[in-house]
Design a protein. Structure first.
Length: 231
């Protein structure tokens, strides 16, 4: 029970109201990072996720979506990244609100869900089914997808971890999605704990510097995702 990754799983679900608020504010801040481009002409990337996407515990401009938008702009890609992160959401919640989230249109998706499934000890088969539903919907809309993986702690047993960890590479291969194997890898130590220098005081969510490291690792894969967007 000492694993920092396990601690993350135990508290990822907190702050749903704040996460919903950040959906609005971080999207506005993210768009402002690329005001030099016409928003109507920019590709739209829907970031479907939980508190990590919503920017839990951070001022809006320090959250994942604004930092990713700024990184992309600095690397020559003017993009509207839409914050569809809601704190506390599971894969089932993400699947249930996908149609609503896509109502404003999108050209590609980043799917970063699963931490709260582990929080609740939900069956990996259930998370796999929900993510499959999301990927099927993306395929039906001809949307390229970046699937962001989560790694389960060992607290539910080796079988649970093996089954859960396999979800993301299996589905990425099946649906031709790009894969980022582990969201926390850029701020993890050699023993898979989370480096406190890059964490908020709760020891669970990344701070501004932690988000920056995660964005720097994910950014090149998002550029690959954008290369798949059809004109």
């Amino acid at each position: 029970m000492k694993s920092a990754l396990w601690s993350f799983c135990l508290t990822l679900g907190y702050g749903a109201a704040r996460g919903i608020r950040n959906v609005v504010f971080t999207t506005v801040v993210g768009i402002s990072a690329v005001m030099g481009a016409n928003a109507q002409d920019m590709p739209k990337v829907l970031a479907l996720g939980d508190s990590l996407t919503a920017g839990y515990g951070l001022v809006p401009e320090d959250g994942f979506v604004p930092q990713l938008t700024a990184w992309l702009a600095e690397n020559g890609a003017a993009v509207e990244v839409i914050n569809a992160g809601v704190s506390g959401d599971t894969t089932a919640g993400g699947a249930a609100r996908l149609d609503w989230s896509l109502a404003g249109g999108a050209d590609a998706m980043i799917v970063s869900l699963g931490g709260n499934d582990m929080l609740r000890g939900l069956p990996p088969a259930q998370a796999r089914a929900n993510l499959t539903q999301i990927l099927e919907a993306a395929r039906g809309r001809d949307l390229p997808v970046l699937l962001v993986g989560m790694l389960a702690p060992g607290n539910f047993g080796a079988d649970y971890k093996t089954e859960f960890d396999a979800i993301y590479p299996d589905l990425a291969a099946e649906y031709g999605a790009l894969l980022l194997p582990a969201y926390f890898a850029p701020i993890a130590t050699s023993d898979l704990a989370l480096d406190p220098a890059f964490m908020q005081p709760d020891g669970i969510h990344p701070n501004r510097e932690g988000v920056a490291k995660i964005v720097a690792a994910m950014g090149p894969v998002v550029l690959d995702l954008l290369a798949q967007v059809k004109d």
